[in-house]
Every structure is written in structure tokens, then in C-alpha cells.
Ligand binder design. Structure first.
Ligand code: PMV
Length: 338
């Protein structure tokens, strides 16, 4: 919906900050690739580390969008994706001006650490305000979803659930958005162990497509997600960290199993990831409540009580040479910088 006051844009400039989120019940697989409508609901924790800061400045006299990443020209693939997203915003806002987009990422890009979630959430918030789109939080979540599915959840702080949505076309678009989980009774730590910060071998977009098209395990996992989500919501409301961790670890391993069964197989987990998973299991044997989750990359994130985070972080660092560790907690919603 266009804003009430479609003032000439001039040099309107808006800066937004968003944080990554890590799914405890994953999203994997789209039933509508264009609108980014997932097969299953998902639930995540927004982090207080690795923010993305993005400034969108309307440039009425420019011939095209210009995109920078960390002060230098953005890679072509990123520029193409940002321009496609701005085209969507311009269509919704009935505007045409190009924009200058300046992004600063503090997370290693493309390593399964959710840089696309914080990046697309920050871009959605800044671009919507810059082009005068008057959207509430659910509307911003729908918009961010069009940039990258997981970005729908980074609009919110704390824990967020992304409703997959129903129907097709406009109905699916309207019903597929995230909202905060308001009754979570835990405030855990998430120890992020970076095994390898390099870019991933296959994009999550391509990997999802191949998994849905070729993995015989995919339908079973997508169906199990509904039960995982219900159990996760109960465990969060009960403040049961062990149950939250167990569900998250099962759910993540199931997602990776669907990928391993794809043809050709997709394997994001490396020798380092497996060493860390072994160490997490050993920590449990030692009496520490610690559970792992992994996304589209080799890095391992360990959910634990804040009081155990130091011990877990040290164990992760020692378990694989060269790994580095960051301790995160629940972080804030995406916001416009004053
Ligand atoms: O938003 P995308 O397309 O980068 O997908 C990311 C999906 C996972 O991170 C693997 C899982 C999730 O729910 O975030």
C-alpha cells in the first residue's frame, strides 16, 4: 500500500539494522519458488550478534541501482538480487526511482550463518520506508520473505514463528509471514562454532529445489515438521531447555538427512561439523544441557544455558583445529536507525 504522502523522493535516505536468526524448527523447501512460500512452518531465534546495516538512498537521476557491500562494489549476484527486490518494492509503491544501497555485514557471507536473513530483513525495512510503503510488522515480514525466506523471521526479535501460509497466489502471499512467539519462557545462549567461514558450495535456493525434486525422504521430513513445531512451542512455553534442544537437534539432522538422500547428494556438513557434533554429545554425557543445530553450511550452533556457554564455547574451540566461536543470545527486532 503506498504511503499517504507520496512526497517527491529527493535524496530520501533510510538506514535499517537487522540481525540473523537461526531456525530451531527449519524451513527447507518451497512450494512456490516465485513467492517464496514454504512447504512447512518454521521457528527461529533472532540473535544479538552479526547485524547487517543497510542504507537505501533514492537516486532519482541515476540510471540504475548501485549496490555496495562493506564499502566496495557488491558481487554481481548480490546486485542482481537486490535490484530484483527493489523492483518488487517499486512495483508495490508505484515508484520508479533507482536507489543506492549500501550494506555492511558483520557475518561471513554465504556460510550458512544466515547472512541472507539479516541482509534481506534490513533491506526490506530500509527500502519500504525509503519508497514510502506503509507496512506493519507482518507486512514487512511478507516483504522480507520475498528476498529470502528466512528473512521473514528476522523482522522480529526473540523467537519467531513463520506460518507457511495456505492456498496459492495472493492468498498464499498474504498468509505466509512470521510473528513473534510471545510466551517463550527461556532465554538461552547459542554458541556459534564457525568451522569454515568460506562461501558454501551450493546455494540454499538450489539445494532446496534439488531436495524437493529428488529426495525420497523430503515428504516425511516436511510432515514431521508440523509435529516438531507443536512440540517446540510447548517446550518454549514450559521453559524446558532440554526439550527445546532435543527437538531442534532432531529437526536439523532430519533436514540434513533429506539433503543427503537428494540426487546428487547435498552435503553441507564437513569433518569439522561431525567432530563438533560428537563433542556436543559428549558434553551431554558430562551432564551439560547442550544441543546442536546446523543450516546450509558446515557451522554448528549449540543451544545451552547461558551459565554453560563458556564451557561449551571452550569445548567447541578445542574440538576442531581452527574453529572460532561466538556466543549469542536472543537479539532485537529489525529497526530503522534514527
Ligand atoms: O532463507 P534461505 O533461502 O537462505 O534458507 C535458509 C534455510 C535454512 O537456514 C537452512 C533453515 C532456516 O529455516 O533458516
Amino acid at each position: 500500500m503506498p504511503a499517504a504522502d507520496p512526497a517527491p523522493a529527493g535524496a530520501r535516505s533510510v538506514t535499517a539494522v537487522a540481525h540473523p536468526n537461526i531456525a530451531l524448527v527449519k524451513y527447507w523447501g518451497k512450494r512456490d519458488e516465485q513467492l517464496i512460500i514454504p512447504f512447512a512452518d518454521s521457528l527461529s531465534m533472532t540473535l544479538d550478534v552479526f547485524p547487517t546495516t543497510t542504507t537505501v538512498t533514492l537516486a532519482p537521476v541515476a540510471g540504475a541501482d548501485a549496490v555496495t557491500l562493506d564499502g566496495g562494489p557488491a558481487p554481481t549476484a548480490m546486485t542482481t538480487r537486490v535490484t530484483a527486490f527493489l523492483d518488487l518494492v517499486r512495483t508495490l509503491a508505484r515508484r520508479t526511482e533507482p536507489a543506492v544501497v549500501d550494506t555492511h555485514n558483520t557475518v561471513p557471507t554465504g556460510a550458512g550463518l544466515a547472512s541472507s536473513a539479516s541482509g534481506m530483513a534490513a533491506l526490506a525495512v530500509a527500502a519500504a520506508a525509503g519508497y514510502g510503503l506503509d507496512l506493519d510488522a507482518a507486512g514487512l515480514s511478507r516483504l522480507a520473505r520475498r528476498g529470502s525466506g528466512s528473512a521473514a523471521r528476522s523482522i522480529f526479535g526473540g523467537f519467531a514463528v513463520w506460518h507457511a501460509g495456505h492456498g496459492s497466489g495472493a492468498t498464499a502471499d498474504a498468509s505466509s509471514y512470521a510473528e513473534p512467539v510471545t510466551d517463550a519462557a527461556i532465554d538461552p545462549a547459542l554458541v556459534i562454532a564457525v568451522v569454515d567461514a568460506g562461501p558454501k558450495a551450493i546455494s540454499s535456493r538450489a539445494a532446496m529445489r534439488r531436495t524437493v525434486a529428488t529426495s525420497p525422504l523430503y515428504p516425511a521430513w516436511a510432515e514431521a515438521n508440523a509435529a516438531d513445531l507443536a512440540a517446540m512451542r510447548t517446550a518454549l512455553a514450559a521453559g524446558d531447555l532440554a526439550a527445546v534442544g532435543q527437538i531442534a537437534e532432531h529437526n536439523a539432522l532430519g533436514m540434513h538427512a533429506t539433503m543427503l538422500a537428494a540426487r546428487p547428494a547435498i552435503r553441507y556438513l564437513s569433518a569439522g561439523s561431525l567432530a563438533l557434533l560428537d563433542r556436543v554429545a559428549a558434553l551431554r554425557d558430562e551432564g551439560v544441557c547442550a544441543y546442536a543445530t546446523m543450516d546450509a553450511g558446515p557451522n554448528v550452533k549449540v543451544l545451552c544455558a547461558p551459565a554453560d556457554a563458556g564451557r561449551v564455547a571452550e569445548a567447541m574451540q578445542l574440538a576442531w583445529p581452527g574453529s572460532s566461536v561466538v556466543v549469542a543470545r536472543c537479539g532485537p527486532a529489525a529497526r530503522i536507525e534514527p
